[in-house]
Design a protein around this ligand. Structure first.
Ligand code: TXA
Ligand code: MG
Length: 324
């Protein structure tokens, strides 16, 4: 069922059912984080490996404290700027957080999402919701309610429809288990913006933060197969690959350029005005669209390695892993 009724969504969550929720990044597949049976349903519905922990979502720092979590000083500084927003904090877990949420590790990832419907929903809950992206494990994250319905509709009690996601890539994840704090995943909040608030961070996490487990593993073999797009995706300068495929069999994901050598119909431009925020917003929908074209390969440009460009390059690189 799909709709915009927060009360219906709340009832299902209270009953331990799965509800898809809109956020500014991507849609989440939510369950009561304090109900281990409900959280188990998330892993099942996504076919997600049980060793991959979940982010918990709530609407306030006070609630997090009430659940026994101590919030590091730098986290509080960042939260003042970026929460609600596309930033997730990894901090030591408390007793109150079930092991199934953290996949047995001592740390929990927390986020306050920026979306009016979902904030209203979270305000009315006395528990956090665990919510990974609402896609089957290994696929592209959903950025509208239809994406969710297409892939997961039969496994979810209710899809709360909050329109298209404004940021379009997942949250940035920062770990406070080491000093300086470590970026575990590039996402909707840029490193530049984070460093402007708390100074230098590292994007090479050490042992203390553990290894982030991704749906789309960097190295083939981490999971059996990668599914991000059905068609093979090559991430690099498209021109280098033009000679290997017939022009009409090539699909392009470009920042702003149209390649005159190829038919225009198979080319997707992410931002005509070369705006990286707009490009990130359009990325996942573009990957879904281009995958429906009658082509043999997707060639995706490398984006400038700054701001949201880092998150875009990261997602394209993961999608380009050859099948294991
Ligand atoms: O924007 C987002 O973060 C979206 C929306 C729905 O909030 N959520 C999302 O969740 O992207 P998911 O599960 O698709 O990706 C979360 C990532 C996973 O790669 C997981 O391994 C990592 O966060 N993660 C979760 N808990 C962690 C923890 N305690 N320590 C380290 N990494 C963690
Ligand atoms: Mg995901």
């Amino acid at each position: 069922m799909v709709g915009t009724d927060i009360q219906v969504a709340i009832q299902y969550l209270q009953q331990g059912e799965l509800v898809a929720i809109p956020t500014e990044t991507v849609y989440g597949l939510a369950a009561n984080a304090f109900n281990a049976d409900a959280v188990t349903k998330i892993y099942k519905a996504k076919n997600r490996p049980s060793f991959n922990p979940l982010i918990i979502h709530t609407n306030s720092l006070e609630k997090l404290k009430g659940w026994g979590l101590s919030l590091p000083e730098d986290m509080l500084k960042l939260a003042a700027h970026f929460s609600p927003g596309p930033l997730t904090y990894v901090i030591p877990k408390s007793e109150r957080i079930p092991d199934i949420v953290t996949a047995g590790t001592d740390a929990v990832a927390v986020r306050i999402p920026q979306h009016q419907l979902t904030l209203q929903l979270l305000e009315q809950l006395d528990f956090p919701v665990a919510a990974p992206s609402a896609n089957p494990s290994g696929f592209v994250s959903p950025t509208n309610a239809w994406h969710v319905s297409e892939q997961m509709g039969d496994k979810i009690a209710y899809i709360l429809n909050g329109g298209s996601c404004e940021v379009g890539v997942e949250s940035t994840i920062i770990s406070f288990l080491e000093s300086p704090p470590a970026i575990l995943r590039h996402g909707g909040t840029s490193i530049e913006a984070i460093e402007a608030v708390i100074g230098k961070v590292t994007d090479k996490p050490g042992e203390a933060s553990g290894r982030i487990v991704t749906d789309n593993p960097v190295a083939p073999g981490q999971l059996a197969r990668h599914y991000a797009t059905k068609h093979q995706l090559i991430h690099g300068d498209p021109k280098k690959y033009f000679n290997y495929f017939p022009p009409e069999r090539i699909g392009i994901i470009a920042f702003s350029a149209i390649y005159g050598e190829l038919p225009a119909r198979n080319q997707v431009v992410l931002s005509h005005s070369r705006n990286l925020d707009e490009a990130a917003q359009n990325l996942f929908a573009a990957m879904r669209t281009i995958d429906t074209y009658d082509i043999d390969v997707i060639l995706a440009e490398k984006f400038p390695d700054q701001g949201l460009g880092r998150a875009i390059n990261d997602r394209l690189k993961r999608a380009s892993v050859p099948e294991a």
